[in-house]
Design a protein around this ligand. Structure first.
Ligand code: DC
Length: 230
């Protein structure tokens, strides 16, 4: 089996930035599992599929072809559905909201998980996957499981900066409310709720820089690798 690093945690905690840097530092593949759910939601909106009709949504999502490019030197990756690039389109607030709804559906989760495994297994050296259920469901045998956490206020501030950079005007209170709704949905859903795996290392990132978090993960990975070779 290839080496897998699972990075789970709530939205806005910085998983994506950290996971990309870890993948680049170690020469591993990178799978943004949220992007798969987002792509399915984008496709559903585009084709006006009723999000609450799981059977129809599954049938219309089953044969969409999602492809991702490897990370470039700026840690960027492009995402396509068939020939249409959706890298930025899947980040809009409307898609974010729809994603949170469709990711509750068990058949959609099964579809997304099988695609995530396929993408990870394409990387011969191994892969870093970030999401909510990587250590608990997608790769329960991952070599290293990290659970990133941060207080809602810190996450809301980071998210506000991100949205500003993308040209959206918003305020902290709105973002805090959105984060609390998404946390509630992610943590309390019946299927694959967000929670740390029993054997995950939790890193509370309040007050830590991205560098600090990446270095901690690289050290943990190194020590797991040394143990494996003992
Ligand atoms: O990480 P993100 O913000 O791109 O995730 C988008 C949505 O997908 C979010 O509502 C949680 C959900 N998700 C999930 O349920 N399981 C994953 N492994 C990744 C994301």
């Amino acid at each position: 089996m290839i080496d897998i690093i699972a990075i789970d945690g709530p939205s806005g905690v910085g998983k994506s930035t950290v996971a990309r840097r870890v993948a680049l530092a170690l020469g591993l593949g990178y799978v943004d599992t949220g992007a798969i759910y987002r792509a399915i939601a984008w496709n559903a909106i585009k084709n006006k599929i009723d999000l609450s009709d799981e059977t129809n949504l599954y049938e219309k999502s089953n044969n969409i072809q999602i492809t991702v490019t490897p990370l470039d030197q700026f840690a960027k990756q492009q995402i396509f559905i068939h020939d249409t690039e959706i890298t930025l389109a899947i980040r809009t607030p409307a898609v974010t909201d729809a994603t949170s709804i469709i990711s509750k559906l068990p058949r959609i989760r099964a579809l997304a998980v099988s695609l995530q495994k396929k993408l990870a297994n394409q990387s011969k050296n191994g892969a870093v996957l970030e999401g909510r259920d990587i250590g608990t469901v997608v790769f329960p045998d991952a070599k290293l499981k990290i659970y990133l956490d941060a207080s809602p206020e810190v996450r809301a501030n980071r998210r506000m900066l991100e949205l500003k950079q993308q040209g959206y005007s918003t305020n902290l209170k709105t973002i805090l409310d959105q984060i609390s709704v998404r946390d509630e949905r992610d943590s309390n859903r019946e299927h694959s709720p967000l929670k740390p795996a029993d054997d995950a290392v939790t890193i509370l990132t309040d007050g830590l820089s991205i560098e600090d978090v990446v270095n901690r993960i690289l050290m943990l990975y190194q020590s797991r690798t040394e143990k494996q070779h003992e």
